[in-house]
Design a protein around this ligand. Structure first.
Ligand SMILES: C[S@@+](CC[C@H](N)C(=O)[O-])C[C@H]1O[C@@H](n2cnc3c(N)ncnc32)[C@H](O)[C@@H]1O
Length: 209
């Protein structure tokens, strides 16, 4: 576990209300759009990597998905999400506190049908971190499974939450995932922060062959 990163994210989630975070979405519309393109049934596993306190989890529960996994380096983020969901919904989700760059739990998952990452990969600046992310993704995702990755686009911000980010476009993400993954769909999306500032993202959907 990268303790400095864990500390950073725990501090961020402790210092603000979830709906004031600069990535908060009332409804995660672009993720919902890409999920709707995935041919999966409600029993299949969906892993939200770096879920934080994301409303994507609320959406998945409300849609009746039965095998939802929320993973994050920050237990404070996940606790905030649990608080919002309440006891019953919380118990329908599998919770994992883990570091995607040094995983000890996420890498034991299997048969993941959808890997969802909004605004996590772009924080991994070191090659060894990106390599570990990718090898974990490849280990846990099933054949024919889907990968949704949303990152700051090339015209997007260079920093988030005080940390430098790596900006991406769809070709860079395709190259990163490699030839086992086909790019099914992508789009640019301008997210508006609670402050009203704009944050351009690239959203991508891949399928493993
Ligand atoms: C910008 S937030 C996005 C949160 C969520 N995906 C969303 O869209 O609301 C980035 C999230 O990634 C998590 N994170 C950062 N580095 C991580 C790592 N190495 N392993 C797991 N989670 C990480 C943070 O704790 C934080 O919740």
């Amino acid at each position: 576990m990268n303790e400095a990163m864990k500390k950073h994210w725990n501090r961020v989630y402790s210092s603000k209300e979830v709906n004031n975070l600069s990535w908060y979405e009332k409804t995660p519309e672009p993720s919902i759009k890409l999920l709707s393109r995935c041919h999966i049934n409600k029993d299949e596993s969906i892993l939200d990597v770096g879920a934080g306190a994301s409303t994507f989890i609320d959406y998945l529960i409300d849609q009746g998905f039965k095998n939802i996994i929320a993973a994050d380096i920050s237990e404070i983020a996940l606790n905030k999400l649990k608080e919002r969901l309440g006891k019953e919904k919380t118990s329908s989700v599998r919770w994992i506190v883990d570091d995607i760059t040094q995983p000890i739990h996420i890498n034991n998952l299997e048969d993941i049908a959808v890997w969802h990452d909004r605004a996590v990969l772009h924080f991994l600046l070191e090659e060894h971190q990106q390599r570990m992310y990718l090898s974990t993704l490849k280990k846990v995702i099933k054949k024919g499974g889907y990968v949704i990755i949303a990152a700051f686009s090339l015209k997007g911000a260079k920093k988030c939450s005080g940390l430098n980010v790596k900006n991406y476009d769809q070709n860079m993400l395709a190259e990163f995932l490699g030839e086992d993954f086909s790019l099914l769909e992508y789009f640019d999306y301008t997210y508006f922060m609670p402050s009203g500032e704009q944050r351009p993202y690239i959203y991508t959907l891949f399928q493993r062959s």
